[in-house]
Design a protein around this ligand. Structure first.
Ligand code: FEO
Length: 173
């Protein structure tokens, strides 16, 4: 059974994951409208993943006798000055999510809720991967700068990045 404070903290994370999904969906749309199909597909996939993260929390809370809260969400940013800015925001956002997960881990230990602590380890591992991916992308984008040809190639290559990261996690993460 979840304590009220753990339930509240997990519910806060539901909202963060749902908002992450919206943030990445807006990025996908922005890239798609600009004609960058690869980047757009990558961001659509990220958005789907965030929804999965959200659903995992929903199920966990309900299974443990709590009540998952589905709340209103803050509107995401819908346009960016450049892909560099967009991917910088992606990294910043993942760092923010990691901090939030760390705080949850901290609370679960304080309350000696080892089931929740164990459940959260999946998120800890996922955040390491997501931050690493965002840093890799940002490094590439920084190298490309404003070069249109480079961006065109990157739009094609980012799909490979998605494929290889999916292949790296057998059974799915
Ligand atoms: Fe669910 Fe990308 O954090």
């Amino acid at each position: 059974m979840l304590s009220k404070s753990i339930e509240a903290a997990l519910n806060k994370q539901i909202r963060i994951e749902a908002e992450s999904s919206q943030v990445y969906l807006a990025m996908a749309v922005w890239a798609e409208v600009k004609g960058f199909e690869g980047i757009s597909n990558f961001m659509y996939d990220q958005s789907d993943e965030e929804r999965e993260h959200m659903l995992k929390l929903v199920k966990f809370i309900n299974e443990r006798g709590g009540h998952a809260q589905i709340s209103e969400l803050n509107a995401p940013n819908i346009s960016y000055s450049s892909f560099k800015e967009m991917f910088k925001k992606l990294l910043d956002h993942e760092v923010f999510v990691s901090e939030s997960i760390n705080e949850l881990v901290h609370i679960s230990l304080q309350e000696k809720d080892y089931a929740t602590h164990n459940f959260l380890q999946w998120y800890v591992a996922e955040q390491i991967e997501e931050e690493a991916m965002a840093r890799t992308i940002l490094d590439k984008i920084n190298m490309i700068g404003d070069d249109k040809g480079g961006l065109y190639l990157f739009d094609r290559d980012i799909q490979q990045l998605t494929v290889s990261s999916a292949a790296d996690t057998p059974g799915g993460a």
